[in-house]
Design a protein around this ligand. Structure first.
Ligand SMILES: [Ca+2]
Ligand SMILES: [Ca+2]
Length: 361
């Protein structure tokens, strides 16, 4: 039986970068390490809840290396965007580049506002663009080959528009990473010694590293060891990874099909005013989801220590695929949904495969 339990970054994560969309970003001086002929850009994003401060058809930049907005011609080594629609769902990922050519790909399922997701784009030496969302490849687009060679700063959260939400674990690589490589470490911190890593920002604490010449404790360390430290600009700040105004931080959610039904397990990293949980199930990812818990599974109120929970879905039939999410309710009655996991049907060899999804709610 194959069971993969996804442990999110939460276990080690202290803080994340928070940007309000009105002049906040992180500035990293140009370095030759950023003159790339192939690359991978990746980060975790907490999808925005409003459209405030957003220009240019709701394309929001996550990581950029380009000239200033308003300069006569748009010179972009590589700008990685998340695209949103009017519902403030993230619907596509986009790389705008004067070097590698602009490409974008749609998400099959848009990201809901105020949910954490991992996003990545890679460009190979031949200009092949690959996009990934939560470790799943969205597709490939052929661009052009070339080498980024301008001296513009690398910026997190700013180019011709600004990201107005949280972002974490920003990584820049000088290689086109594969899906397997992205999946292997998207949910855990890097050591910093990984081959091809040229910049890595954890945003867990501010330091005084002399960046920007301001002498302030407003610098973010580059954990790649390449010395590409960054400087906070504007109101950019670090906020606790736990401060998301949600009652529960879920660090694992998995399901296993057994002869007795589907055994669900989840772990909370901390809870705040948490009344408890209901489980919803569907036979297709798009729904309709129906509640399967007859009574609410009691939470632990407010508690900063992890708790494990389980529920056996006895009505699930062996061999059928099922989709589940957890809904938690706080003391004020507000509810929040987790992401969806799929619990699969037996394979031809008779083994049971469990797929998982993970998140940092
Ligand atoms: Ca962090
Ligand atoms: Ca500084």
């Amino acid at each position: 039986m194959l069971i993969i339990i996804c442990h999110s970054l939460y276990a080690q994560n202290v803080a994340v970068l928070s940007l309000d969309g009105t002049g906040d970003y992180v500035e990293i001086a140009h370095s030759q390490a950023f003159d790339l002929s192939q690359l991978t850009l990746e980060c975790w994003i907490f999808t925005p809840v409003t459209m405030d401060g957003i220009l240019n058809d709701q394309w929001r930049v996550l990581i950029s290396k380009s000239n200033e907005p308003g300069d006569p011609s748009s010179e972009r080594d590589y700008n990685f965007y998340a695209g949103t629609n009017e519902d403030v769902k993230v619907t596509f990922l986009h790389l705008s580049s004067s070097i590698f050519g602009p490409t974008n790909l749609n998400l099959p399922t848009p990201f809901e506002p105020q949910t954490w997701h991992h996003v990545a784009v890679s460009v190979s030496q031949t200009g092949l663009h690959r996009y990934f969302a939560d470790g799943v490849e969205l597709g490939q687009v052929q661009g052009t080959s070339g080498t980024a060679n301008r001296n513009y700063s690398l910026r997190i959260g700013k180019s011709d528009n600004l990201w107005n939400s949280r972002i974490d674990e920003v990584r820049v690589w000088n290689v086109a990473r594969t899906q397997a490589e992205i999946q292997a470490n998207m949910n855990q911190p890097l050591t910093g010694n990984e081959t091809g890593l040229v910049a890595y920002y954890r945003f867990d604490q501010l330091e005084s590293l002399g960046v920007g010449g301001d002498g302030l404790v407003d610098d973010v360390r580059d954990f790649s060891g390449k010395g590409n430290h960054g400087d906070l600009v504007g109101d950019a700040k670090l906020v606790p990874a736990t401060d998301l105004s949600l009652p529960v931080e879920l660090s694992a959610f998995s399901g296993t099909m057994t002869q007795e039904g589907v055994q669900l397990h989840w772990r909370t990293q901390s809870e705040t005013h948490n009344l408890g949980f209901h489980i919803y199930r569907s036979q297709s990812k798009a729904g309709e989801y129906l509640r399967i818990t007859p009574i609410r599974i009691k939470g632990h109120g407010t508690d900063a220590t992890p708790h494990d929970y389980s529920f056996l879905d006895e009505t699930a039939e062996v061999g059928k695929p099922y989709y589940y999410y957890i809904e938690d309710t706080d003391f004020s009655g507000q509810t929040h949904k987790s992401h969806i996991i799929q619990v699969g049907a037996p394979t031809s060899k008779g083994k049971i495969v469990t797929k998982w999804a993970c998140f940092r709610k």
